[in-house]
Write a protein that binds this ligand. Sequence first.
Ligand code: DAH
Length: 346
Amino acid sequence: MLEKIIALIKEISAFSVNNSEELELFRLKYLSKKGLISELFEDFKNVPVSDKKEIGQNLNLLKQNALEKYNILKSNLSNSEETDSGFDFTRPSHLYSLGTRHPISIVRNELIDIFTRIGFVVSEGPEIEDDDHVFTKLNFAPEHPARDMQDTFYISRLSTEDSSPEDILLRTHTSSVQVRVMQGQKPPIRTISPGRVFRNEAISARAHCIFHQVEGLYIDENVSFADLRQTLLFFAREMFGKDTEIRLRPSYFPFTEPSAEMDVSCKICGGKGCNVCKHTGWLEILGCGMVHPNVLEACNIDSKKYTGFAFGMGIERAAMLKYGVNDLRLYFENDIRFLDQFKTTL
Ligand code: DAH
């Protein structure tokens, strides 16, 4: 019997299993009620008393070894099943592709960057505005067509016939922020106001009912048209390149006098004339002028002491010129193929 026990101890120590079925076979063979070890315990009853001590010790050792072996085999198996979960740890990792900033955000940030370098600070105003800040204080005549329901989204209007300074509307331009800044601060004022604006327009490649503008305002003693021109030349060259030229054409806005529109030399043809600039060599980029004395007075700024300039430009338009985008709708469609092309740190 002793030889049998020692043979089983050796057999068990050499035993290995590859899966849970084989482990179960191990348990049945050695450890179950009808297994070999139970059988030996049955036979032990017939062992002569003189051999009982030695055989008993070895039989206990066999049982202990078998139990330990079973536990080790079981835990090895469950570890290897965990690692065998179908996940290949040696596979090369794949990096998540980074998102990009929207081109409108890139150009807005660039505009802010350019103007803050020459002392302008950013200010913001509400998108839901009143007629007073959008039109009346900016010297719009009561019957001005911009106040028409056809052009402006109204939230509430006191009368369907006439507009009133208390009417609530979606701002049609960021010039409303200059009114708020002038009402709240004393000159010198140097500010730019980026923001979203709304106009009642049919959506097409060239127009949208929601778009973005940046408004600029500089009020101090002795601010002249030459200051305006030089500031805008600096901006154009920073934004579109060192060789960019500008030209100012006389124009009309109710809130500036004199008023002008600014063109930049066409980047695509270098001013020679192409399809983009309609063979003129110039691209229109913004409106500007000297702040009308009526506007200064409406905002409690002494128009005898102070003068100032203002300008306003569409961010979509600036981005179109910078990137050669020819359809405004692309900015709003969230097409990843379009957005993926704009990689920048700004
Ligand atoms: N508010 C004008 C617009 O939406 C743009 C503009 C023109 C702003 C001339 C100005 C300015 O400050 O001086 O078309």
